[in-house]
Every structure is written in C-alpha cells, then in structure tokens.
Design a protein around this ligand. Structure first.
Ligand code: IPM
Ligand code: MN
Length: 356
C-alpha cells in the first residue's frame, strides 16, 4: 500500500504529521513518501505542483493531503498559486467524486452554532462533482467586452459547463452511496436560471430511473443553503456540481461544530483517492500547534476504507476519535466550557493512546 503524503502549507504539516503517526500505529505495511505541494513547493522549486510530486501522487494507491494556500501568494500569476496544486491533482488523477460527510458527533452537539436539537445525530453526505463545472470550463479569461451592459470595457469571464457523462457518473456514485444509507438523494441545482443545471437535473433524473429503490428530489441551491440551516436532518445524500458543492460543504461543516472535524475523499473511477481535511491551510494559526488534526486523522480513516481496503483499521481510528472526544479533549475550535483544551500534538497523541 503506497501512500503519498503531501503536507502543503499553513497548518498542513502539523495536522498531517498527526495523521501519519496514527497510520504508523496500525501495524499495517505502508510505503509512505512525502513531497512538497502548494506554496511550500513553489518556494522550493518555483511550481506549486512539481512533476515529481504529481508522479508520486499518480503512482500511489492513495494521497494524504494537508492543505495549501497563503495570502502571500495572492498576487502570483494564477498558474503559480498554491490552489493550482490541488486543482491540478484533481484533474490529473481524474478525481471526480468528492465525498464530504458532515457528521455531528454526540459530544459536539453543543459546539455547533445551531440549536443542539437541530444537529443532534446529524449524518449527511455531500457528494460534490470535482473535475467539471465553472472551475474547469473553458474559455475563461479577460478581454474587452463586445456586448453586454458596457461594450468596450474590460471584462472577465468563466464558463460553466457539464457534459452528460460527467453528470451520469457522479449521479451513479450518489445513488449507489444512498443505497448503502437511507436511500434518499437530493440533487442541488439552479435549473430555474442556468442551462447547465437544467441539464444536470434532467440527467440526474434519468439516471435515477435505474435506482427505483432510491427516492430522488431536487432543490435549488439557494433553497438548499437555507434548508441546511433550517432543518439539516431532512437531508441524507446531497449531490451537486463543483461550485455549489464547494459552498454547501463549508456551510454543512459548521453544523458539526467545526470545519476542523470534517474529512473528505476524492475518488477516481479506479478507487484511487486523495484524502484531505475539508478545511484550508489556516495561515492565521499556522505553527502555533493549536489546529485540530481530527479532520485529517478521519481523512486517513476514509483512505483506509475507500482506497486501501482496510475497513477494520478505519473503524479503529473512528472509534478512537470518538473516545478522545468522550474524554473531553478539545482543540480551541471545538472547545466549550467544562472540556479540556489541548493542542494539535496532544490531540494526536490522545488518538494514538485510544487506538491501543
Ligand atoms: C476546497 C477548497 C478548494 C476548492 C480551493 C482551495 C481550490 O476550497 O477543497 O473546498 O475550491 O475546491
Ligand atoms: Mn472549499
């Protein structure tokens, strides 16, 4: 089992280090190799996704990714910005299916900004299409407008697009995931305004006919954003495009208490996957040893389950995380009165102890 470890920027190295310790404690045979990515790689070699890093990722069974980005790179040309590393990996590895579960652990019911009764027992799965949509659509750029409200002025544009096979394959992923859960899929679109998302809705509906045991409903993205905070437990599997999925998954993360708790998996059609916390590089707290490593540790558990065929080891990690929460240990992002505040390393150590 070959794992590429790409720690990245900001809190990335701190949180990945804890996840690596947990993996090493499992008594499984991993071949782990680390490579720079994002701003760290730009500093070292002038490119956020150096060819050697990309090759390491491609040759691995799975990639464990920390986070990339820092404000100090905001003025670089777009191809050199840290974010291009994660976008490039998604594209080059064909990681079209992004799983972002939002689970509210019993012990964190009170850490959510919503009323406890709204989030207690919450367990939803956002499935975000990850290699299409306006993120990757061409053409894009800047030019002089020839029409629109201000012809002759400078303008910028992006292209929102989805092909039938792209929608079909992510729809299959969503319906199959729902079959293993409560058999309900909500497809989120903006069909009332956008051609791309009328097509999305039509194709998802067609694919849904192959899954008569799964209940499918459709929701406009603005309404979905509202329903997520009004009555989140109404959702089970949510499937949506790249941009809406980006936004809704951040929103859903706060239902669980902290974005610092949310793992994610990005898979291609060979079950090769990239696993990363749903949060970013948090440069404001980097190097302070206070970041929550649990999202990354839980991402490692997803990796064991989805790409490395080690479901028992995944269960062990998840059980250990719950045990640590039950002990009352909290990083600052999930801290509340009556619990014990700990740092990144103490949290990692506690998970290790609970594993044994
Ligand atoms: C995410 C991030 C990325 C995205 C950025 C860093 C490119 O926000 O994984 O959700 O927009 O997809
Ligand atoms: Mn995001």
């Amino acid at each position: 089992m070959k794992i590429a470890i790409l720690p990245g920027d900001g809190i990335g190295p701190e949180i990945t280090a804890e996840a690596v310790k947990v993996l090493n404690a499992l008594d499984l045979k991993f071949e782990m190799e680390t490579a720079p990515v994002g701003g760290a790689a730009y500093e070292a070699s002038g490119h956020p996704l150096p060819p050697a890093t990309l090759k390491l990722a491609k040759d691995a069974d799975a990639v464990l990714f920390g986070a990339v980005g820092d404000w100090k790179y905001d003025t670089l040309d777009r191809p050199l910005r840290p974010e291009q590393a994660i976008l490039g990996l998604r594209k080059e590895l064909g990681l079209f299916a992004n799983f972002r579960p939002a689970i509210c652990y019993e012990q964190l019911t009170h850490a959510s900004s919503l009323k406890p009764e709204l989030v207690a027992g919450l367990d939803i799965l956002i499935i975000r299409e990850l290699t299409g949509d306006i993120y990757f659509g061409q053409p894009r750029g800047r030019r002089t407008a020839v029409d629109g409200h201000f012809p002759g002025s400078e303008e910028a544009f992006d292209t929102m697009r989805y092909s039938r096979p792209e929608i079909e394959r992510i729809a299959h992923v969503a319906f199959q995931a729902a079959q293993k859960r409560s058999k309900k899929v909500t497809s989120v679109d903006k069909a009332n305004v956008l051609e791309t998302f009328q097509f999305w809705k039509d194709v998802v509906t067609e694919v849904g006919q192959q899954y008569p045991d799964v209940q499918l409903d459709h929701m406009y993205v603005d309404n979905a954003a509202m329903q997520l905070v009004k009555e989140p437990k109404k959702f089970d599997v949510v499937v949506t495009g790249n941009m809406f999925g980006d936004i809704l998954s951040d929103e859903a993360s706060m239902l669980t208490g902290s974005i610092g708790m949310l793992p994610s998996a990005s898979l291609n059609d060979q079950k090769q996957g990239l696993y990363e916390p749903s949060h970013g590089s948090a440069p404001d707290i980097a190097g302070q040893g206070v970041a929550n490593p649990l999202a990354t540790i839980l991402s490692a558990a997803m990796m064991l389950r989805f790409s490395l065929n080690q479901p028992e080891a995944a269960d062990r990690i998840e059980t250990a995380v719950k045990a640590v929460l039950a002990q009352g240990l909290r990083t600052p992002d999930i801290y509340s009165a009556g619990t014990t505040k700990v740092g990144t390393r103490e949290m990692g150590e506690a998970v290790l102890k609970a594993l044994k």
